[in-house]
Design a protein around this ligand. Structure first.
Ligand SMILES: Cc1cc2nc3c(=O)[nH]c(=O)nc-3n(C[C@H](O)[C@H](O)[C@H](O)COP(=O)(O)OP(=O)(O)OC[C@H]3O[C@@H](n4cnc5c(N)ncnc54)[C@H](O)[C@@H]3O)c2cc1C
Length: 278
């Protein structure tokens, strides 16, 4: 039976299953004694409460587990050895976060039409995801619309964003090629995630410079019916979701550059003796 609470669960409100890392051995050190479970979401022990974000959308949830159960054969890997599987899941998630683009199928056939309709329904809560990525594609058009296309500071900011975007696309391309040749997700995931976060913030800064006070308006009176405002309030999510920027820096430092591990309490002591929030 699993008991606890977890916040920020994307899509939990329409998920049939959740992936759960549960502590099953309190006498093992903190990276051991964890089990990776597939959790059936539709059961009495699982309560899903949607969260309303400041941009008006509701994509995330708070999930309460009270004596929740999972079948014995829904354990991924061995009991107590869930950490490597969890790391692999997160590496895939980072790649996904930095490559988010929504449904991308195309073609004239019925299967494609149905796949697009299904994807559109699934992605409906995430219509703001392009905005959280910073909407660099709108910068030139916005600068022109506001009569700022000749402003040297605005031009410089836009050029900076577009160069970052180009460099980040090359990293994503390297990651795609690595996947195609069968390599597991590696440093590109963390680099891509960091680049996406840097790009989104730089783009939001440029939008704010161009929109000036109109960037505080929402609804139909706002620039592009509020899309620019949505960019400004959605971008902070990128630096947190899928592992914060600071954690990506640590992963790159320790796993890629081979720098000394960050000192932390309790690496080799039983988890029940580790300092933690209670
Ligand atoms: C938009 C959004 C969507 C999300 N979707 C999901 C989801 O679908 N499923 C899910 O399970 N979770 C989801 N999350 C949760 C997300 O993964 C966590 O919020 C994130 O990993 C940070 O963990 P935390 O909130 O526990 O912060 P903490 O770990 O408490 O970190 C707090 C601050 O301390 C810094 N920090 C922590 N440890 C270190 C360290 N060792 N070195 C340096 N700095 C450190 C962090 O960078 C951060 O700034 C989502 C979050 C957001 C914002």
């Amino acid at each position: 039976m699993v008991n606890d609470q977890k916040v920020w669960n994307t899509s939990a409100h329409h998920a049939q299953f959740g992936m759960l890392l549960a502590r099953t051995d309190w006498d093992a050190p903190k990276h051991q004694g964890l089990s990776y479970l597939v959790l059936p979401m539709h059961q009495p022990g699982v309560l899903v409460r949607p969260l309303r974000q400041m941009n008006g959308h509701a994509s995330f949830n708070e999930v309460f587990l009270t004596d929740a159960r999972t079948p014995r054969d829904y354990v991924v890997g061995a009991v107590g050895e869930g950490w490597p599987a969890a790391r692999m899941t997160l590496a895939h998630e980072r790649r996904f976060t930095s490559m988010w683009g929504g449904p991308s199928v195309s073609g004239p056939g019925r299967a494609v039409k149905e796949a697009k309709a299904e994807a559109a329904e699934n992605y409906a809560p995430y219509v703001w995801y392009p905005q959280r990525a910073g909407r660099a594609d709108l910068l030139i058009e916005r600068a022109r619309a506001n009569g700022l296309a000749g402003d040297p500071v605005v031009r410089q900011e836009i050029a900076r964003v577009l160069s970052l975007q180009r460099a980040s696309a090359w990293t994503a391309e390297r990651a795609r090629v690595a996947r195609e040749t069968g390599r597991p997700p590696g440093a590109e995931g963390s680099i891509g995630k960091l680049a996406a976060s840097q790009l989104a913030r730089a783009s939001a800064r440029a939008h704010a410079l161009i929109a000036r006070s109109s960037g505080m308006l929402s609804g139909e009176d706002a620039p592009l019916n509020g899309v620019v405002t949505e960019v400004l309030i959605s971008v902070p999510a990128v630096s947190i979701a899928g592992g914060t920027d600071e954690i990506q820096h640590n992963i790159l430092a320790e796993n890629v550059l081979g720098l000394p591990r960050e000192p932390g309490p309790g690496r080799n002591v039983p988890f029940r003796e580790t300092l933690r929030n209670t």
